[in-house]
Design a binder for this molecule. Structure first.
Ligand SMILES: C[S@@+](CC[C@H](N)C(=O)[O-])C[C@H]1O[C@@H](n2cnc3c(N)ncnc32)[C@H](O)[C@@H]1O
Length: 220
């Protein structure tokens, strides 16, 4: 496979308006994460990743975008709490030539034993909007955006698993909002042995979005 430096936006024309009543429509945050991966592609490739896991795939556009440039030597797995998102992700992968195993589960609970210590690229664009706690997990669409207090109630739950999931050379890309208090997330991860770099930031309407990349301090 020829190495390309640009990530083409995957074809997602198969997604119907009925799908979008249940799953996250690819949006500015999805495209920002893809742009950050494109910017970091050289860094990712140098690590010769063989396993990529996206948590909360939604339409599958992000993992498919990465898979379309890394190619079939890497394995792709995605989880989502919403079964419809899992099937749309598989279809997005299929029509763009990327084979993705999907697992319907809360974060990584059904896959962690299988992929422990093997994940070279971990991706998460979480439900990050600041909402009352009661709105978290109230339905398919609420799952996509409702983040509870500081927008952190879902994303905070993945942080303790990052050390377990990542391989020694593993990278974790996390999309956050300024209101999520990125400095505090960086400090939590620092205490767990991870350094952080902000790969990209963008203001879209009222949202200040950032993509953070974590890697093990001893393996930068
Ligand atoms: C902001 S959307 C991102 C979707 C897609 N990754 C993208 O960037 O377009 C968040 C996704 O996380 C999923 N999600 C929310 N809570 C989850 C949980 N506890 N476990 C797994 N997936 C979850 C939602 O269903 C939704 O698909």
């Amino acid at each position: 496979m020829d190495q390309v430096d640009k990530i083409k936006t995957p074809d997602f024309s198969h997604i119907t308006s009925e799908d979008l009543n249940h799953i996250y429509e690819p949006s500015e945050d999805s495209f920002l994460l893809i742009d950050a991966l494109e910017k970091d592609l050289g860094f990712i490739r140098k690590r010769e990743p063989s396993m990529c896991l996206e948590v909360g795939t939604g339409s599958g556009i992000v993992i498919t975008a990465l898979g379309s440039v890394l190619g079939p030597l890497c394995r792709y797995m995605g989880t989502d709490i919403n079964p419809r998102a899992c099937s749309v992700t598989q279809e997005t992968g299929r029509i763009n030539g990327v084979s993705i195993e999907t697992v319907c589960t809360d974060l990584v609970s059904e896959v962690i034993d299988r992929v422990k210590g093997t994940v070279d690229v971990l991706l998460f664009n979480p439900p990050y909007v600041v909402t009352p706690s009661e709105e978290v997990g109230q339905g398919d669409l609420e799952y996509t955006w409702a983040g509870g207090v500081k927008g952190r109630e879902v994303l905070d739950r993945i942080l303790p698993s990052v050390d377990l999931l990542l391989s020694q050379k593993g990278l974790f890309y996390l999309l956050v909002l300024k209101e999520n208090d990125p400095e505090e997330i960086v400090s939590v991860m620092d205490s767990r042995g991870f350094s952080c770099e902000c790969i990209m930031r963008r203001r879209t309407g009222p949202e200040n979005l950032l993509v953070l990349r974590f890697c093990r301090k001893r393996n930068q």
